[in-house]
Design a protein around this ligand. Sequence first.
Ligand code: TYD
Length: 217
Amino acid sequence: MTTLPGLLVSFEGVDGCGKSTQAELLCEALVGRGLPVGAAGAPAAVIREPGGTEAGERIRALLLHGPDGLAPWTEALLYAAARAQLVAEVVRPALAAGRVLVLDRFLDSSLAYQGHARGLGVDVVYALNEPGLQGVLPDVTFVLDVDPATGLARVGGAPDRIEREGLEFQRRVRDGFRELAARFPGRLRLVDGERPPGVVAAEIEAECGRLLEARRV
Ligand code: TYD
């Protein structure tokens, strides 16, 4: 939650949890309501992390398809760097202009993947990200909770550097998200992602509708 007038919604979960589909569906639904969705001057779209800016996309290539043996702190700093650029270039200006942003991953991915699953520590990874957030936090974060084995089976194509970590790593990521949901119950909503996509989408849209009304975006 920020003091800026727009609305920021993020989607989170293990690899293959279906959050990209849900983010797209929500984006379409919000556009259907006539809301200004996405970065100003760009077609309404979900914004993905890492990425969403030119610098962020280059950092993404390094993170997902770069050399093996990236040290855990290098990885955490690169995700934080891509996020700081996204906040400065896209998120803050859009929220200040009263727009609605749908993010496919944000801060909580770093807390669950680097903080929890890599074992760097959730609090220290949060501290690392905080200056780059410039006070911006999502108004609501939907964590799509699925069995990591189902998620990994859904991932298509050649696995990226993080997906190659395997099932045990994804299990720790899921535990990390669940702990975050328990720790920040006001912002994070754990959503059962094993149900049919239409059912999940309806629940998410209803929740966003309530928030929009409360915020009068
Ligand atoms: P992506 O292809 O976007 O995966 P997905 O479609 O599952 O979201 O790749 C992003 C990968 O980066 C994914 O494995 C999660 C990982 N990641 C982190 O480890 N930390 C982070 O802060 C973020 C944003 C992503």
